[in-house]
Write a protein that binds this ligand. Sequence first.
Ligand SMILES: [Fe+2]
Ligand SMILES: [Fe+2]
Length: 178
Amino acid sequence: MAVYFPRMSVPHPEVVSLLEKQLTHEFHAAQAYTALGYWCDVQHWSGYSQFFHKQAAEERTHAARILQHLADRDVVPQIGALAAPKKDYEDLEQCAQAAYDLERNNTRGIHEAYAVALKHGDFPAQVLLHWFISEQVEEEAWSDKLVAKTKRAACAGALLYLDRHLEKELSGTGGGGE
Ligand SMILES: [Fe+2]
Ligand SMILES: [Fe+2]
C-alpha cells in the first residue's frame, strides 16, 4: 500500500489547477510556435523560422519549470489536452500578430495563477510565478517589436533585411526573446 506523507508545502487544489492550466498554455504556445516556424520555413523566411523554433523550445522549458515545481511539491501534474495550432497564415504580419496574441494570453494566465497563489498564501508558487511575470514583460516587449517592425517593413527588400537580422532587431529591452 502506498503511504502518503502530506507536507506543509503541498499546494491548495485551486493553485494546482491554475498551475496545470498554465503549463498546458505553455505547451500550447510551444506547439503554436512550432507551427509558425514551419510556415515560415516553407515560405523561406528562415530568420523568422529560426526565431519561432527557438521560442517553441523556450516554451517547453517554461512548461517544464511548472511541472517540476508541482512534482517537487508531491503533485503529479495533469497535462491538459492541446488544441491543434493554426497552420495557415496569410503573411508575416499575421505570424507576428499570432505571436503577440499568444504572449498576451500567456501573461493573462500567469497573472490569474499568481492571484490565486496570493489568495492561498502559497509563497513557493508566488516565487515560481515571479520569474514568469518578469519573463512575460520581456516576451511582450519583443512581440510588440515583432509586430511593429514587420508592419513597417512594407516592401520585399525591407522584409528580407528584417528576416536576416531578426534577432538583432528584436534585441535591446526584449533581449531577442530570451
Ligand atoms: Fe512561456
Ligand atoms: Fe513566450
